[in-house]
Design a protein around this ligand. Structure first.
Ligand code: ATP
Ligand code: MG
Length: 315
């Protein structure tokens, strides 16, 4: 089973304005919709689209619980969430305009998790996680949630011997590397915070990281990605697409990559699906949609180049 964990859930509110979004002007709404927010939920949605059984774990606020549950149902996310009383799941407002100048996000910080509810989650994970399972931790931490609490979650996965995939940032990402999880997907900014500055080339830096983390996907938006596994580096070039909204591309990349690993596909297939599905996502208006048929048509347009690795370059 694959379990995703969303510690800081969100409801995305997607607002598209007529014409170009401009400061100091009344911008008119062209379309508005509610969508699934929270990176773990996004990954669950992608896995479900690939027909892979999964359960979304984590927290949900009691105040707008019904609204969140309705969105989860619509997006085929099976869940066993812990309810935080007197709390409201935050909204993430995503602004896009007709001219497709890129999306702007304005996001709430989320609700605090009570100690009892954190302990409930740990207990739930201890009961559920088995060796052949996958644990996916994605997204930001709730206010005042500590790295020690995050470590407790990762520890449960480690003890069970599950495959642990993390899409985290900042100190949480650093912790996941220190704890030698199985998969990380830093984007350009997250990678900069992570790499040893003393080393010269990107290749060497990634290889050092690969000594701790078996699967690394370092993503660079429309420039594609570097995927590193077993001391091999793949430079991946995505197809050219018309960008409408790139928010959530990373989550579709992670979900599709893990879906392929769960299906026991080979690494190049996993890379190709992750790249094609995230490119398809970029052409859609909301933060979760992608089209598997469109993605499969784009598979031949993806270039995956295995880089030469000099074994003497690193220790
Ligand atoms: P998010 O946090 O919004 O989910 P991210 O910053 O984690 O995104 P990105 O690096 O922006 O992730 O994108 C992940 C992958 O999606 C890229 O490696 C690339 O394969 C694909 N992608 C993103 N933007 C584009 C684009 N404009 N055209 C084609 N592919 C794209
Ligand atoms: Mg990301």
């Amino acid at each position: 089973m694959i379990y995703t964990v969303t510690l800081n859930p969100a409801i995305d509110r997607l607002i598209q304005t007529s014409g170009m979004l401009t400061k100091k002007k009344t911008n008119r709404v062209k379309t508005a919709e509610y969508d699934l927010g929270g990176k773990g939920f996004h990954v669950s949605h992608v896995l479900s689209k690939f027909g892979i059984e999964n359960i979304a774990l984590g927290f949900i606020g009691s105040e707008n619980q019904l609204q969140m549950e309705k969105i989860l149902r619509a997006k085929q996310v099976t869940h066993q969430l812990i309810v935080e009383k007197n709390a409201s799941t935050r909204e993430c407002i995503v602004l896009i305009d007709e001219e497709s100048q890129g999306s702007t996000m304005v996001t709430g910080s989320g609700f605090r998790i009570s100690r009892t509810n954190h302990e409930k989650l740990i207990f739930q994970l201890q009961k559920l996680l088995k060796k052949d399972d996958m644990l996916v931790l994605a997204g930001s931490l709730p206010p005042d949630y500590t790295l020690k609490q995050l470590k407790e979650i990762i520890d449960v996965g480690k003890r069970a011997g599950s495959f642990i995939a993390c899409d985290l940032s900042g100190d949480a990402l650093k912790l996941s590397v220190k704890m030698e999880v199985d998969f990380i997907k830093p984007n350009q900014f997250e990678l900069e915070e992570l790499l040893t500055p003393a080393m010269e080339s990107m290749k060497d830096r990634l290889l050092v990281l690969n000594e701790s983390v078996p699967y690394i996907a370092a993503s660079f938006g429309e420039e594609g990605s570097y995927v590193v596994h077993a001391g091999e580096i793949y430079r991946v070039f995505p197809p050219k697409v018309k960008e409408v909204n790139d928010t959530g591309a990373g989550d579709v990349f992670v979900g599709s990559f893990l879906a392929q690993l769960a299906l026991r596909a080979n690494l190049e297939t996993a890379i190709a699906y992750a790249t094609a599905c995230s490119a398809s996502k970029v052409t859609k208006r909301n933060c979760t949609d992608f089209d598997l048929i469109q993605a499969e048509q784009m598979l031949p347009m993806i270039k995956i180049k295995k880089l030469e690795v000099n074994p003497d370059a690193i220790s």
